[in-house]
Design a binder for this molecule. Structure first.
Ligand code: PLP
Length: 315
């Protein structure tokens, strides 16, 4: 008899085969939006200083890092959840919140992990088309049904780079039933300049308990390889933590994250570099007749008429 598999997991497309670049190294994946300036030098120094302690297990509670992260948004350290990249947190959230047949609402044209993790639970991903390359929040609110357990809002959105503002998001949050968890993924928040970008920690401080903010050290801090993400989620955290592997965040990631948070110089350089590169690239793309989508991230998205054709030509 064949080994019994979960059909909905089997139905997901397999991971792409590993590829090596010209020098026998993994190719640079432009879609990954890494920091081209490299990791925070302070993080590198902290990791080097910690290497002799690798025989120790990491701090399963991530106490020092949680204190530092919480202090930045005036939340309690107990409100912070750490993940092996925010991707792991997306997986853990879906695992904890979704049963087979449940629904999750998200934008069609957003970070690919959401759909895969929703479907890996046997749940249904209700994907709502973008409007003007941005989340269509009224349409997303209207798509919520009694079966909806989870909503993802990626702000700024990967891959379009577009944002939703504070007023729009607050109106949306007020329309979401209390029993539905809204995950706002702010992986690129540090690059945003829009003055009315939503400031969501005060909502959490005010007691909103169906809101989870997701962030990462993989982008502006340049620590993608160490895998470190975090969430602010005061109420549900005790429940979500039950789904977490005890030592999911390794010791070097914790140490590097702590050091990177204080590396104001690296942050400033990374921001300036991203802003400059975005301007230069956007001007160049416009000069050859392409339509650049105005975004607020460390990447630039271009609207093309025949996306499938272009993807096939580039493959
Ligand atoms: C919007 C968004 N969320 C989450 C992630 C995952 O980040 P991490 O490297 O922390 O898993 C990415 C990575 O590209 C992203 O673009």
């Amino acid at each position: 008899m064949p080994i019994r598999k979960k059909l909905f997991l089997q139905a997901l497309s397999p991971a792409p085969p590993p590829r090596l670049g010209p020098a026998g190294r993994p190719p640079i994946r432009m879609v990954a939006n890494e920091n081209p300036l490299g990791p925070s030098p302070r993080a590198v120094a902290a990791v080097q200083a910690a290497l002799a302690e690798l025989h120790r297990y990491p701090d399963a509670g991530g106490v020092a890092l949680k204190h530092a992260l919480a202090a930045r948004v005036q939340l309690a350290p107990e409100s912070v959840m750490l993940g092996n990249g925010s991707d792991e947190l997306i997986m853990l959230i879906c695992h904890a919140m979704l049963r087979e047949g449940d629904e999750a609402v998200l934008a069609h044209g957003s970070f690919i992990s959401y759909v895969r993790r929703i479907q890996a639970q046997g749940a249904i991903a209700r994907q709502i088309p973008l409007r003007d390359m941005t989340h269509d929040l009224p349409a997303m609110a209207a798509a919520i049904t009694p079966n909806t357990r989870l909503v993802f809002v990626c702000n700024p959105n990967n891959p379009t780079g577009t944002t939703v503002g504070e007023a729009e998001l607050r109106t949306f949050l007020d329309q979401v039933p209390d029993e539905v968890l809204v995950v706002v993924d702010e992986a690129y928040i540090e690059f945003v300049t829009r003055p009315d970008f939503p400031d969501l920690p005060p909502l959490i401080r005010a007691g909103r308990d169906n809101l989870l903010l997701l962030r990462t050290f993989a982008k502006i801090h340049g620590l993608a390889g160490l895998r470190l993400g975090y969430a602010f989620v005061p109420e549900l955290i005790a429940y979500l933590e039950r789904a977490r592997p005890v030592f999911n965040v390794n010791s070097l990631a914790q140490i590097a994250g702590l050091a990177a948070l204080d590396d104001a110089e690296h942050l400033a350089r990374s921001l300036a570099h991203a802003a400059h590169s975005r301007t230069v690239l956007s001007e160049g793309l416009r000069a050859v007749g392409l339509t650049v989508i105005p975004g607020e991230t460390n990447f630039v998205a271009v609207a093309v008429a025949d996306d499938q054709g272009l993807a096939a030509a580039l493959a």
